[in-house]
Structure formats: C-alpha cells, structure tokens
Write a protein of this length. Structure first.
Length: 194
C-alpha cells in the first residue's frame, strides 16, 4: 500500500505542468480584481439611476424630466482600456431611448455638471444609433454630429459619452432653463488610444 502511494506521488511530479501555477493565479487575481471594479462601478450607476428615477413634488411622486426615458450607461470603454488606432475597437452602452449619439470627450469629463462647458467634447463617433447597442470604431477620427466633417485625433487619454434622446425626442446635454443634465453618461475613467 505504501509503495503504491509513493509511485502515485512520483508520477504526479513527473507529469507536473511546466507553467507556474503562481503566474496563472496572479493573472486570474488581476482579472478578478478588474472585473470586481467594473461590477462596483455598474452597481453605483444603477443605484444612482434608481435614486434619480423618482423625485417628489407636491406630495405625489413625479418622474423628473431628465429620467423620463431609459437612463443610458457607457459599458465600454469604461476606463483603463487601450484602443488601437486603425483596429476594430468596440464602443458599447446600455439603455437609452429613441436614438443614441456617441462622443469622444476629454479625459477630465465627468458625469457632474454641464458637459457643454469647457469644450469637453472632442467630436462624435456615432449618431442615430439604437439603445443598448455597440459600434466598431477605428479610434482615428472624431466628427461633427452629422458625421460629415471629420478630423484625425491624437493618441492620448479620452473618455466616451453616450447621449440618448429625452422624453421629447431631443438629444439634450444640458437643459439651460432648468439647469440640469439631459440623458447621458460618461466613461467612469479614462482609456488610452495608441
């Protein structure tokens, strides 16, 4: 019985893989950590969306103007990715209402305040797109909203902004009369283009 157990152990050692299990575990831990951060980010966005959906008015619940449509959330790139110019890079979003337009914005853009202030929009990369969808982008050009006049962009850090139509069918970034945001979202963190 002891001889069999020793032979089995020796056999296991002889057929052990040459790849370090420590390096595999390190890679898996890094992937799990990255996914955990993405999940935390999406959970925070969902909580914010849920909290913003109903506002209280004169004793009755009323849906606010900016949230009458399905809220939109940038899914990818959402921060930390590297996009390659000339390659087929995926840009995706969840939610939205009617048509969606997608812009490339400066890395310092946030979901707070007026996105039209500070020249944060570099250019548009998609227009008149369906809700909860994606596009393939070459990461080389950004255009005007009609996508007819385009220019080459420099490799550096950026974010994506997805803008959905509001309840009235308008693409509103900022309602100046009411001083509030339209239905849009910006990547949680910057990504790089090389």
């Amino acid at each position: 019985m002891k001889k069999t157990a020793i032979t089995f152990i020796v056999g296991m050692v002889m057929f052990a893989p040459t790849v370090s299990s420590a390096s595999i575990l390190d890679d898996l831990r890094a992937q799990v950590n990255a996914l955990t951060e993405i999940v935390k980010s999406l959970q925070a966005k969902l909580q914010a969306i849920s909290a913003a959906k109903v506002s209280t008015g004169t004793g009755a619940a009323a849906v606010s103007g900016a949230t009458q449509s399905s809220s939109i959330v940038v899914v990818s790139p959402n921060g930390g990715e590297t996009l390659t110019q000339g390659a087929q890079n995926s840009v995706s979003w969840q939610g939205g209402n009617g048509q969606v337009s997608v812009a490339l914005v400066k890395a310092n853009a946030t979901n707070q305040g007026n996105p039209t202030a500070g020249n944060l929009i570099v250019g548009w990369i998609g227009s008149k797109l369906p809700p909860s969808s994606s596009i393939i982008w070459d990461a080389k050009t950004a255009c005007d909203l009609s996508l007819t006049s385009c220019r080459t962009i420099a490799p550096r850090s950026y974010k994506i902004m997805a803008v959905s139509q509001d309840a009235n069918g308008n693409l509103t970034l900022w309602d100046h009369k009411q001083g509030k945001a339209g239905n849009w979202d910006v990547s949680d963190a910057a990504f790089s283009i090389k």
